[in-house]
Design a protein around this ligand. Structure first.
Ligand code: SF4
Length: 180
């Protein structure tokens, strides 16, 4: 079986496996130099099987395009592949269960840079931290370059003139420059 098929067959989290519609493996165009990592699928992602397809995804698409790298040239993955009921934060146990899948995906893709969206995804790489402490800088983690930034949902909550929107835009533009 391929890695994608292995992930789709996974039932390590009994609750998530029982309630999911699909396993959202992620998207990875061939040759992608940039990988964006979010937390977990939401309702629309669970329904469609694709990551970041709701309002957050549309904002991500727009900011990547503005920065000069269309979404179809970027790999988009999540730390947890199945939707937690009610969009709650994944438990530590669920995140640990799913960890090997993202590790294997990154090993296959071997990207030049990883951008993490939001605190959960940053903590997956950097351990317990705050977004304020780590965002906007490139961190070396096990030989990979990781640039944490805000989740698009936080940027949407803060509004078009808010600081999260400004910094997310700035960080994605930095990321695109770094993989050019
Ligand atoms: S969240 Fe990850 S580890 Fe848990 S059942 Fe889904 S694919 Fe498996």
């Amino acid at each position: 079986m391929t890695l994608d098929a292995d992930i789709r067959a996974c039932t390590a989290c009994a609750l998530l496996a029982a309630f999911r519609t699909t396993v959202v493996v992620g998207t990875a165009p061939p040759g992608a130099r940039l990988v964006v990592v979010g937390e977990a699928p939401g309702a629309l992602e669970d329904e469609t099987g694709f990551p970041f397809v709701g309002r957050s995804g549309q904002l991500l698409d727009r900011l990547l395009a503005e920065a000069g790298l269309p979404r179809d040239r970027v790999a988009v993955l999540n730390t947890v592949k199945c939707r937690p009921p009610g969009n709650r934060v994944p438990t530590a146990h669920e995140t640990a269960n799913c960890r090997p899948w993202l590790s294997q995906q990154l090993a296959v893709l071997d990207p030049h840079l990883i951008v993490t969206l939001g605190l959960s995804a940053a903590a997956w790489f950097l351990g317990r931290t705050t977004l304020h402490a780590v965002r906007g800088r490139v961190h070396e983690v096990d030989g990979r370059r990781v640039l944490p930034t805000f989740h698009p949902a936080a940027a949407l909550r803060g509004g078009p003139e808010g600081e999260p929107m400004r910094l997310l835009r700035e960080d994605l533009a930095t990321a695109v420059r770094l993989v050019a």
